[in-house]
Every structure is written in structure tokens, then in C-alpha cells.
Design a protein around this ligand. Structure first.
Ligand SMILES: [Zn+2]
Length: 169
């Protein structure tokens, strides 16, 4: 399938480079394929761990870039030809990661206007020991300040409430 290019790499308002829509995009559109090196799960896990350790206690917030393709293989998207790696996280994303038929696509979950920056939820699990290392500057009204999967926002809020209550008592 030939997909028309609806995006370009540009300077991001959020962080470093980003992907900007070059035309209006409808909801549920496959926009950009997340490509990379196909590696075994074992190799993917090893690389994830190495990268996480590297970013721990460092000034740079790096991405791990490993996606699960199926139960045997991962995709390592850290390669330069994978432009989808420039897409930033947002607390109010306009895209999501779609994995179907052994392909990973970034698809729109709402209407996107020409000039808007693409974003998706990186899906980082909440971990009370290191969430502060991943500051979010997505600029969304609902931004919670850290890169945490929206699935885990409840956990984060519960944890913060506990800290505030402790301080007040
Ligand atoms: Zn945010």
C-alpha cells in the first residue's frame, strides 16, 4: 500500500525535533510507520535494559525505542531511517501506536490540523523511584508534568496525595 506523506520532521515546540502534519488529517488515519531493526524478544529486552540503565541518573531523557511486534520479535526503532522516533509524548495525544499484521503504525485518534505536532502516549509505567527523571513539557491543558502512561495517572495521583497528606499532618 502506498501512503501519501502527510508529515515532515521539524523543530518541536515540546522537545528537540518533532513530526508536524503537512495537511489536515482525518481521525483513524495511518500516518507514519514505525520501522526499525527486527530483533528477538531476548535481544529487545537486553537493549531496553541497557538503555534504561544508561539514562538513569543522567541529564538526558532518552527513549528506549523498543516496541513489541509480536510474541517473538521486537522492533528497535533507534535507527536513523525511522523518522517516527521523533514523535514526542503528550498527556493529550492526537495519535496512538497501532500494531496490526506485524506492522507498527502511528495513527490519528482525532482530527489533526495542518501544522499540528504529532504525539502519542509513550506508555511509561508509573514508578515512584524514577518518574521525576521524565519531565513532560507537552503543553497540554491536562499535562501532569511527567511522562507517565495515562493508564497510570490514578496511581501517580494517589501517590502524590499521600505525600501531601503526610506533609500536612
Ligand atoms: Zn504533558
Amino acid at each position: 500500500m502506498l501512503v501519501k506523506k502527510m508529515w515532515k520532521v521539524s523543530k518541536s515546540k515540546v522537545h528537540g525535533k518533532g513530526i508536524i502534519a503537512t495537511e489536515d488529517i482525518k481521525k483513524n488515519t495511518k500516518i507514519i510507520q514505525y520501522i526499525g531493526e527486527k530483533v528477538t524478544k531476548k535481544e529487545g529486552d537486553k537493549r531496553s535494559e541497557e538503555r534504561l540503565n544508561k539514562y538513569l541518573n543522567s541529564e538526558i531523557t532518552g527513549s528506549v525505542y523498543i516496541f513489541e511486534l509480536n510474541n517473538k520479535y521486537d522492533i528497535d526503532g533507534s535507527v536513523l531511517y525511522n523518522k517516527a522516533r521523533y514523535i514526542n509524548h503528550s498527556c493529550e495525544p492526537n495519535c496512538e501506536v497501532d500494531i496490526t499484521n506485524e506492522e507498527i503504525w502511528i495513527s490519528s485518534i482525532k482530527k489533526i490540523k495542518k501544522g499540528d505536532e504529532l504525539s502519542y502516549d509513550y506508555g511509561y509505567e508509573f514508578n515512584k523511584n524514577d518518574f521525576r527523571d521524565h519531565i513532560c513539557r507537552c503543553g497540554a491543558k491536562e499535562c501532569i508534568g511527567f511522562i507517565i502512561s495515562s493508564d497510570d495517572w490514578k496511581k501517580y495521583k494517589k501517590y502524590m496525595n499521600k505525600i501531601i497528606n503526610k506533609r500536612n499532618n
